[in-house]
Design a protein. Structure first.
Length: 250
């Protein structure tokens, strides 16, 4: 991935130069036509003095600044005009390029869920910004090219029951059928474990300790505790459903 990002350190008063040569490097995905972006100059957060060593935290901070300064102006030019464009450029592309996540678009309800998922994961959006951003996305990136469902004739009858997760945009997955008949799920983007009681329809969520731990994969032990992997937090956790207590093993 040569030339993807260049960062140079200079004495005080000099300039930090950055470049993003391939848009696919920025988005983390593959594109058939890499998009060259122009060199951009911006100030580094701070400059090292003689004999000072650079910490990992400082390096990451400087790399983030370099990436943002060089990429945002060019990428925001690709967004459709309209009320909400400025918010989309500033917030929807804070961790990825918006157009790399649009896919076949969403309905208005789908975009509301997607925006809520962003806020669950820490993107700072006010109620006013959400009210402006959601219709902008729904208008410019509507759902399209979705194949209609086809009913296949036959003797089999299928029924489906749906329970709504307590937190919109929590991205529930990894269902687990527990011995007491309940169904557990991981709310990855909301940092919770959820329990569904199919008999009553009650849905309860249990908050986890470490923020944005990215819970995945559930297992029930012989005592009824629910174990999970904190995919993002690099940990294994245990939830006691009786008390709600969470124990983490980094």
């Amino acid at each position: 991935m040569s030339g993807a990002l260049s960062v140079s350190l200079y004495p005080a008063g000099r300039t930090l130069w950055t470049s993003v040569r391939d848009r696919s490097t920025l988005t983390g995905g593959k594109t058939s036509k890499p998009t060259p972006l122009p060199y951009t100059r911006c100030k580094a957060p701070r400059v090292l003095s003689n004999g000072e060593t650079m910490s990992r935290k400082l390096l990451l901070s400087m790399m983030a600044t370099a990436l943002l300064c060089s990429a945002f102006p060019a990428l925001s030019q690709n967004l459709p005009d309209g009320k909400g464009k400025e918010i989309a450029a500033a917030k929807c592309m804070s961790c990825h390029a918006l157009e790399a996540r649009v896919g076949n678009g969403y309905t208005a309800e789908g975009w509301a869920t997607a925006v809520r998922m962003m806020t669950n994961h820490g993107v700072p959006l006010s109620k006013e910004e959400i009210a402006t951003l959601t219709p902008y996305l729904a208008k410019n990136y509507p759902e399209k090219n979705k194949a209609a469902a086809v009913v296949v004739p036959g003797p089999t009858k299928v029924s489906m029951k749906i329970w709504q997760a307590s937190t919109p945009g929590s991205r529930p997955h990894d269902p687990l059928a527990a011995r007491d008949g309940s169904i557990w799920y991981t709310g990855q983007m909301a940092n919770v474990l959820g329990r569904v009681d199919p008999k009553t329809g009650n849905v309860k969520e249990y908050p986890l300790k470490t923020a944005h731990s990215g819970p995945h994969g559930l297992v029930e032990d012989q005592d009824g505790n629910i174990w999970y992997t904190g995919n993002t937090g690099a940990l294994v956790g245990k939830l006691d459903p009786k008390t709600g207590a969470v124990t983490e093993y980094p």
